[in-house]
Structures are given as C-alpha cells and as structure tokens.
Design a protein around this ligand. Structure first.
Ligand code: NOJ
Length: 519
C-alpha cells in the first residue's frame, strides 16, 4: 500500500464551482490554491480534482479533447504545477481525474479515426467494419454513433453520444472480422497512450488518479476479467515507475477492482453496493424516521471486504458530483451521525466539497454541461456573506451555476464560527480518527449488530493492540443489542449517554458513540 494513503482523508473539488479568482464566473486553479488552507484546517490532507483538461465541456470535462493541457478557463499547465507544489508544501497530496475509457468527439485522435483512409488512429476507438453493424448487447458500451463520416462503420460510445469508446480490445470475441483482441496492436497502442498521459502528470508532481468508469474499458467482458487483467498491467506500470502514486477506481465493485491492483475503490450510487440505502434516498438508514435498512449495504460491504482485506481500500464517500447531496433527505443533526459512521470506517474517507458545511442539493435548476439532475450538487461553494457567497466577483447571471438562493444557506464562514455546525463535527471526527490508529484505514472492522431494517448498527475496529466499539443509532427511538464485552472510556459521543445493563447495550435516539473496549 502506498504509505501516504494509510492516513489520507480526501476532499473532492469540482473545479468549476470552488473559487473564481478572475471574475469570469467559473472556478479556477488559483482559487483552489487560495483555499488549500481551509481544506487543511478541516483536517483533509488529500484532494481529488475533477477533470481540468481541455474539453468542449459537454460533460463537465469528462469529454477530454487534450489530455495534456489544462483547460484555459482554469488556468495553465504552469498553474497546475504550482498547485502541486502548494499542496506538497502543506504536506498534502493531490489526485487528478483520468478518463481512459473515452475522449470527446473533438479529440484529434477521434477526428483522425473518422477518416475512411486507414491511419494511425483508425483502431484507437471501438469501430465495427460496416455502418449497419452496431453494438447491441455488447457490455461496456452505452450506444454508438452511425453516419458521422465516410468511414464505413459504427463507433461505440461509453456514456453520452459525444464520448466515443477508446479501444482496449474485446474479452469475448463473437465476430473476429472487427472485434479486436486485447493484445492487438491497436489495443496495446491505446494502453501506451494512456500510460504516456499518466506519466506526463505524475512527472509534473501529481500524486495519482481517480479513474473514471474504470470497469468498462474492455468490451464484451461481462464479468470484467479482461478489464481486471488490463488494470493489472496499468498498475504494474504505476508500481514500477511511480511507486508513490495512488490509484482509485470509479468501479463500485471493490471485490473486482481491488483484485486488479487498484489501491482503492468507491462504494457508489450505482451497481450492487446499496450505497444509496444509507443516506441517499427516501427513508435512508440515517433518517430519524427509523424506517431504513443498512443490512443490504453492510452485507455487500462484507462480501467485498473479506476477500480484499489487506489488498486495498473500500472507500465510502459523502457524495460526489454525480449524486444528489445527502441534505436532500437529511437535516444537520442526521448528517452529523452520517459522519460519525463514515469517519470510523476503514478505507480513506472522501468528502465532497460543501458537504462539510451541509450545502443543499438545488433541485429544479437548469442543467449545465450535461449535468442534468447532477447540476443541483455542483453549485458554487458558499464561502461567506459577500457577493455571490464569496465564490466570484462576476455578475450573478454570469456564474457557471447559480448560487443557492436561500438566504439561510450555509457558508464556510458561518460554519467555522458556529461550534455546533456540521463543519465542527467533521473536523472533530477527523481529528479523533487521525489521532487514533485503530480508527484508521488499515485497522480491521467486524460487524457486531446489523439486522434487517433494525437499529442500531454496531461494529468493532481493532488492530491487535486496541479495540473500539462504534454504535450508531440514527433512529428517533432508543435501540439496543446484546453485548458481552467490557467497555472503557468514551472516545466520541454525539447524543445521549449509552447504558450497558444485563448484557444489553442501549443507545438513546439519534446518537452515535465510539467507546474503547477492554481486553
Ligand atoms: C463518471 C463521472 O463521474 C461522470 O461525471 C461522467 O459523466 C461519466 N463518468 C462519464 O465520463
């Protein structure tokens, strides 16, 4: 495991919306640099930046047109290099977002690939050999383009229609006339091109990558065995040339991704994880209504944890730029209990910008850059009471996304000044975690109580030397479970006091507690 990851607490920054220093209504790299101290003060020591590369921005930058160039709206490559240095000066790390599965249709590789004359990039994307053959039923694709040029064929797309799929080959080949194997010259040259991009930024000072849609690179690979093998090769390259670089996948199935060598994977709102059951849907587990269920999520967590324990980290984020913010369903008191849970799990914590102050999800705002429903979670960071909440000096109508219009909207300034804010709870929990090895990424977790639609949720963190019992009861009524251990001091508490009577651990409504266990 990469050493710095063991104590990493990440902060995700959506660069468009963090801080604008040149009054053009959109965030920039200088804005991030100016707020690194805020991030550090919160207790985060690592940053993940959503894509900041040249792009037509039809999908907020996940449609890259030049992988080696910072988008001019954010600054220059020199600014990014400066960001790396400023981050390192503060003993922090920074990950960029790598989009290896597709490019923008404006990327010069794709423009070459569209040509009917064979050239170096004809096989850079996943093409059929006939405009009337398509990708029906082929896993790892989300549609295709037909009739884009005089080249006779269809090209697969990975997400939106403007994001053609890069070619890493097929795992199962049904039609050898056009489906290339993973070791074809074209598929191998795509791999090398992506390694070259990674090398470019890692050499400049970046500390690793969050990898977009990492599980869908090889086509016709329903069990993802080909994709796992492909990432083995990428990870070997990383370990050999950049052993301090960290890699996290957007895959959402740690039992698969961590087998491929990724250091970390996310539990996410899609796939089999049941992540949304916890704090991202109606009647989530963390609602005081007490109608939620944590069991399906914990069962899947355990299924992933057992085979991967010691081989990589499972990361449960507070949210991200693709999902609605948890404040859509939970009030600040409920959110604090979510944090007591998230910050006591193994794996690196990931806090989405603004979640630390309880920013709202803005429903019903017009989509920006292919955000659609996600746009409501991408609004400008609310810093203070000044113009545009301190995000930008531009006119309000020129902002990338409108600011939350609520006059009581949370701001970082108010949150820092209020000792009862979510911000202070998060800060306290990070401090406790960072000073308590048994709560950190590598210590073990075992679940003591987690039943179908039941409260509380109880687990033990242990590292051979010490052991801490964590119990969370988000529900509005007292909850209990049978416990036969011996308890010591309370390490953290939010809500009323627990009781241990007749072998039952009783926790009041809306509470969370960490208690040392005696041997
Ligand atoms: C996942 C990213 O998180 C999302 O924002 C993007 O739209 C798709 N991948 C396509 O790259």
């Amino acid at each position: 495991m990469v050493e710095w990851l063991k104590s990493a607490v990440f902060y995700e920054i959506y660069p468009q919306s963090f801080a604008d220093t040149n009054a053009d209504g959109i965030g920039d790299i200088q804005g991030i640099i100016e707020h690194l101290d805020y991030i550090k003060e919160l207790g985060c020591n690592a940053v993940w930046l959503n894509p900041c590369f040249a792009s037509p921005f039809l999908d907020a930058g996940y449609d890259v047109s030049d992988y080696k160039k910072v988008a001019p709206r954010y600054g220059t490559n020199a600014d990014l290099r400066r960001l790396f240095a400023e981050v390192h000066k503060r003993d922090m790390h920074v990950m960029l977002d790598l989009v290896p599965g597709h490019t923008s249709w404006e990327h010069p590789w794709f423009q070459e690939s569209l040509k009917p004359q064979h050239n170096e990039y004809s096989g850079r994307y996943v093409w059929t050999d006939d405009a009337w053959k398509d990708f029906e039923g082929i896993s790892g694709t989300m549609g295709f383009l037909r009739g884009m040029s005089q080249r006779d064929g269809c090209v697969a797309v990975n997400f939106y229609s403007h994001q053609p799929s890069l070619n890493y080959g097929f795992y199962e080949i049904n039609d050898p006339s056009w489906q290339q194997p993973m070791d074809s010259a074209d598929a191998l040259s795509t791999r090398e091109a992506i390694k070259d991009i990674m090398r470019f930024w890692l050499k400049m000072g970046c500390d690793g990558f969050r990898v977009d849609m990492a599980g869908s690179l090889v086509k016709n690979d329903p069990q993802q065995e080909g994709t796992i093998a492909l990432w083995h090769d990428f990870m070997q390259f990383i370990e050999t040339e950049f052993p301090h670089a960290a890699m996290i996948s957007e895959w959402g199935q740690p039992d698969r991704s961590l087998r491929s060598g990724f250091h970390m994977d996310f539990m996410l709102h899609f796939g089999p994880s049941h992540f949304t059951d916890m704090f991202h849907k109606d009647d989530p587990y963390f609602s005081r209504d007490g109608k939620g269920d944590a069991k399906a999520f914990i069962d899947y967590y355990k299924k992933c944890y057992e085979p991967t324990n010691g081989k990589g980290m499972i990361c449960v984020p507070t949210g991200n730029h693709d999902m609605e913010r948890m404040t859509k369903w939970l009030d600040p008191a409920e959110v604090k209990i979510v944090y007591a849970f998230l910050l006591s799990l193994p794996g690196a914590p990931f806090i989405y910008y603004g979640d630390e102050i309880g920013m709202r999800y803005l429903a019903d705002i017009v989509s920006v850059e292919g955000g659609y429903h996600r746009t409501g979670s991408r609004s400008p960071m609310q810093w203070n009471e000044e113009l545009n909440a301190g995000f930008s000096d531009a006119k309000a109508e020129e902002l990338y996304i409108p600011i939350d219009p609520d006059e009581n909207r949370p701001t970082a300034e108010k949150a820092v000044a209020d000792p009862d804010s979510i911000y202070h709870e998060v800060k306290k929990l990070i401090q406790i975690r960072q000073s308590t090895p048994v709560l950190q990424s590598e210590a073990q977790i075992s679940f003591l109580y987690c039943e179908d639609h039941a409260y509380p949720l109880a687990y033990r963190r242990t590292n051979g030397e010490a052991s801490v019992l964590v119990v969370v009861n988000p529900s509005g009524t007292e909850a209990s479970f049978a416990y036969d251990g011996q308890l010591g001091d309370v390490l953290y508490q939010n809500g009323g006091d627990y009781k241990l009577e007749d072998g039952m651990f009783r926790i009041p409504a809306a509470s969370a507690v960490y208690v040392w266990e005696k041997k």
